[in-house]
Design a protein around this ligand. Sequence first.
Ligand SMILES: Nc1nc2c(ncn2[C@@H]2O[C@H](COP(=O)(O)OP(=O)(O)OP(=O)(O)O)[C@@H](O)[C@H]2O)c(=O)[nH]1
Ligand SMILES: [Mg+2]
Length: 391
Amino acid sequence: MDSKPLWQRLDPSPRISTRFFTRRLFLRVLSLLSICVLLYNVVYNAELRGRLEKVQVLGDAGQPHDRMDTAELEDGSSSAACYDTGFGQNGTEKASLVMLVRNSELREALSSIRMIEDRFNRRFHYPWTFLNDKPFTDDFIKYTSGLASGPVEYAVVPEDNWSVPSHVNTTLMRAEMLRMAREDIIYGDSLSYRHMCRFNSGFIHNQEVMRKYDWYWRVEPGIQFYCDVDYDPFTFMRENKKVYGFVISMYEFKGTITTLWDKTRQFHLGNGDYNLCHFWSNFEIASLEFYRSEAYSTYFEFLDSTGGFFYERWGDAPVHSIGVGLFAPKDSIHHFADFGYSHPPCSRCPQDDESHTSGRCLCNRNKNFDTDSYSCLPRWWKVAGINRGTE
Ligand SMILES: Nc1nc2c(ncn2[C@@H]2O[C@H](COP(=O)(O)OP(=O)(O)OP(=O)(O)O)[C@@H](O)[C@H]2O)c(=O)[nH]1
Ligand SMILES: [Mg+2]
């Protein structure tokens, strides 16, 4: 019997030592890999935290603040909050991109923001203002603030800016809504659409979150924006004494504004008929000072006092357009002919070669509402003395 201790008796054969070595190597590689995975997680999480921290609750003018609240809602949430996405504003105007939007339109809102950012705002970092008649959801805030390249504010519209005023006879209003539904008048039976039109006509420019701005660019969810804008349209408007900028103009459905023109003439005596042409207000770059002016404000208050936003279904587009037509000089209205834009079902695309050969625009030149029989742009060209082709 071998008297040596067991460990000495074992003759470490080359096979065993190779296996032993391989196993140790394998364990080493495994632990190295684990360390790598751990390190990656630490770095990734830190980066993610950094990105989330960029969207921090701020107060005025980008100064860190607990939270900027403009009003406390009944459910305890605030009606406005301001977020900074970490970029400094390059654009020098007191201006904001503004979207009135429902939480359910998040996907369409993101698509509009992406386009406006890519084509314009990534260079200027203007703030975005989101307005809603209901508090925005966490998801809405998370995803929209993630896309914006400027500070972002979210505000809930005060209830009296989004409700039927006491002077409106609701029985008559309901009866008229039913009639309009029977007559297939678009949004004829929608109360929320009426709130939206009245809000855009008379309240948007006076929202608490809007008071610091002189200009707004109205953006709707689900639009398309086809061309790079490498200048600042707000500066262009100010320097050229413009008040109102549009891209598409068309006729309004008469059935939605049956007495709007009569009421307007009661307010502002004058001759002539209204040809139903209006600037399509889902896109607007406009002076908020103009909407806040005595002339426009008293016009809106008069219209509102007649209840026509509810008995009929007056759109903010004809109201804005008539207001601009009455109270702003003709040459303060600007057609952004260099912008390519679509809000279903209408699109317009710059017609000149250079916009396309330079790669500035990507849209179908043949899909152009400008010269559609339903477009009012040819009338505008006449009124503005614009010779098509040099426009
Ligand atoms: N928060 C909120 N926003 C609304 C409501 N109704 C409309 N909006 C917004 O107001 C703007 C105009 O409403 P739209 O429904 O787009 O009206 P429209 O452009 O005339 O018609 P379509 O685009 O064809 O539906 C959009 O930005 C909508 O998101 C509402 O009840 N609540
Ligand atoms: Mg729309």
